[in-house]
Ligand binder design. Structure first.
Ligand SMILES: Nc1ncnc2c1ncn2[C@@H]1O[C@H](COP(=O)(O)OP(=O)(O)OP(=O)(O)O)[C@@H](O)[C@H]1O
Ligand SMILES: [Mg+2]
Length: 347
């Protein structure tokens, strides 16, 4: 596999160092980026990106292929310099304090970057030593991480004999050696089988539990759903949506109430009464014995229950259905694509 980040300095930069190094940011934000712009020739990979990761939380960065996710991570890791904008990570400025910043972060790039000729153990031990761990500590940390990522049996084999999933796990272990305060994970589970994916998720959650802040890019909505507190969606180098997972879902689709009646024959009458009370859009599914009512918030939920109760309908159960993150993502990136096409046709 190829490496996206420049090779000679990568090993030192991808991993973090001592948790006690650096300043605690005053803002309560572990990462703060403002107006980041990055061109590659004629391509505007980042076009004024703002992003915030609160201390001790996970921010999921979502976006289609080519949106600028990896470029953003490279800027925030000091692997490339932005053309404009500013960013502070762990209290350190990407442009003015790159060395200190690198000692605060851990990075797992989009492509595995293990040394193929070394064994899994040697890879981890070496990185530990590069991070100034003593021989004994580096050994202990390597052994511990190999165990956590189910690589103990393969520890002595050259990494070139590892499967894709094993390399990925070794890569993640490598980024965690220095117990970084801020961890960047660029599509950490792409290509992993479900069991390994779960292991990685558990490990990320464990690190977050220990106080690590995580910035994660992903194409998997399930992963964002599992791990992220907040989301930033980027497309064509611009932020097109940002907020909490629940907030974005509410913004896109609201919720749907699914009401089961004691007597399914009453469903059409229930829909009619709701309509009369100004609650529109109710639809009856006689097969499922359900009345579906789109709502935008809790007040409407209360109103629906109130109307049905007052009119004397028997309600056997109510479920709320929120849109999946897949639906949210498609809705957001879809409308962004439509807007971009409109802009292009105007130009
Ligand atoms: N070194 C480079 N030289 C030229 N163009 C680049 C370079 N790196 C990225 N780009 C371009 O910048 C844009 C953003 O790329 P980037 O890799 O950041 O996207 P991404 O969101 O990570 O995509 P993916 O989901 O496919 O990983 C793309 O158009 C890409 O072709
Ligand atoms: Mg990428």
């Amino acid at each position: 596999m190829t490496q996206t980040v420049t090779a000679p300095t990568d090993r030192g930069q991808r991993t973090g160092s001592r948790p006690d190094s650096g300043n605690a940011p005053d803002s309560g934000n572990a990462v703060e980026a403002r107006g980041i712009v990055k061109h590659f020739g004629a391509t505007k990979a980042l076009d004024g990106v703002d992003l915030t990761v609160k201390q001790g939380t996970v921010l999921g960065v979502l976006g289609p292929n080519g949106a600028g996710k990896t470029t953003l991570i490279r800027v925030l890791s000091t692997l490339i310099k932005p053309d404009a904008g500013s960013a502070v990570v762990g209290g350190f400025d990407v442009l003015r304090q790159p060395k200190q910043l690198r000692r605060t972060i851990g990075l797992t790039g989009q492509y595995a970057s293990v040394d193929e000729l070394l064994s899994g153990y040697e890879n981890l031990y070496l990185i530990g030593r590069l991070l100034d761990l003593s021989g004994r500590d580096a050994k202990a940390r390597a052994t511990e991480l190999l165990e956590r990522f189910s690589l103990t049996e393969a520890a002595k084999r050259e990494a070139k004999t590892y499967s894709g999933g094993m390399r990925r796990r070794l890569d993640l272990a490598a980024s965690m050696i220095g117990r970084p305060r801020v961890l960047y994970l660029d599509e950490p589970t792409t290509g992993l089988d479900p069991r390994t994916r779960n292991e990685v998720w558990a490990e990320v959650q464990r690190m977050v539990g220990e106080g690590t802040t995580v910035l994660l890019t992903t194409q998997y909505m399930e992963e964002a759903e599992q791990l992220a507190d907040d989301l930033t969606v980027i497309d064509r180098g611009r932020v097109i949506a940002a907020g909490s997972v629940a907030g974005l879902k509410a913004q896109v689709g609201g919720q749907t109430l699914q009401i089961r009646a004691v007597d399914a024959a009453e469903l059409p009458e229930m829909a009619h009464c709701l309509g009369e009370a100004g609650i529109v859009g109710a639809s009856v599914s006689t097969d499922a014995g359900l009345l579906a009512v789109p709502i935008t918030g809790d007040e409407q939920l209360t109103a629906v229950i109130g109307v049905l109760g007052t009119r004397g309908f028997g309600v056997a159960g109510i479920d709320t259905q929120v849109p999946s993150l897949d639906e949210v993502f498609l809705a957001i990136t879809g409308s962004s694509a439509v807007a971009a096409a409109a802009k292009e046709s105007q130009a």
